[in-house]
Design a protein around this ligand. Sequence first.
Ligand SMILES: Nc1ncnc2c1ncn2[C@@H]1O[C@H](COP(=O)(O)OP(=O)(O)O)[C@@H](O)[C@H]1O
Ligand SMILES: [Mg+2]
Length: 272
Amino acid sequence: MPLVDMQPRQIRIVILSNAGGCGKSTLASHLAYLLARKKNTVVLFDLDPQGSLSVFCGLEEPDDYKQTISFVFDEEFDGQWRFKPVWTEYESKILACQSELISLLREAKSLEKQARAEYRLKDRLEDYPLAQDILIFDCPTTLGILSVNALAASTHILIPVQLAAKSVDGMTKLIDWIYKSCDELRLKPVPKIIGVIPNLYEAKRAGHRNFDAVLRKILREEQLKYFPPIRNTSELENASTRGKPLHVHRPTHKACQDFEPIVTEIIEYLKQ
Ligand SMILES: Nc1ncnc2c1ncn2[C@@H]1O[C@H](COP(=O)(O)OP(=O)(O)O)[C@@H](O)[C@H]1O
Ligand SMILES: [Mg+2]
């Protein structure tokens, strides 16, 4: 009889979109907080040179290059993960690998000329495994080598979207890109699209209700999950600017509930 595989399951979620400002980093930081609150250990990877995730997590700029995601991509990486703890005042289970603009742009450029460029992050995680339950990759808006690395290293995909005319076309193109890239990268198993999340939703706006319905229909045809929307509220932006999750900044705010269906779904995947 083969021994039962006791290796705990690790979920690696890439947050992808081909539109800026639709809430990738907001989603990354809030999911990390909520999943940690449910006793999961989480590592947040910021693959966006803009580094908003650091701001949203209330972190100072990284003081050592070796603490950044750039060093993970660097040929000189020594296999030592040097994460920073996040929100230790109220959570002890979140760590972050921060980004730094100049060095990350440099590494991304140099990576293009190296072997297995698309698999550098995946290879690192295989060579130097992490014990945490959930890894979250926050990506830049451009679907370049950094996003491709995150996709190749992922097991699951989340797609936030803003409700606008261009989102409908953008969404179909992004899903095509994901399928095509998974195929070209020969990812096995193919990362699972957990679902699409409409963000910055305003129920009062007919346009939002209309695009919400259109996207819901497209996603049903694609047999992909379409989550209930996350509402547009300045308190979410205020919380992130202050480096806190909304759930700490305004614990009773209605929008706190908007993340729950996504968290529940991720926890279901963790159990499988
Ligand atoms: N539901 C929301 N309501 C209000 N502001 C939001 C919401 N989601 C995101 N934001 C704000 O919109 C801006 C872009 O969000 P961000 O998460 O940085 O997007 P991305 O990472 O996709 O570029 C940020 O200022 C963020 O605080
Ligand atoms: Mg971002």
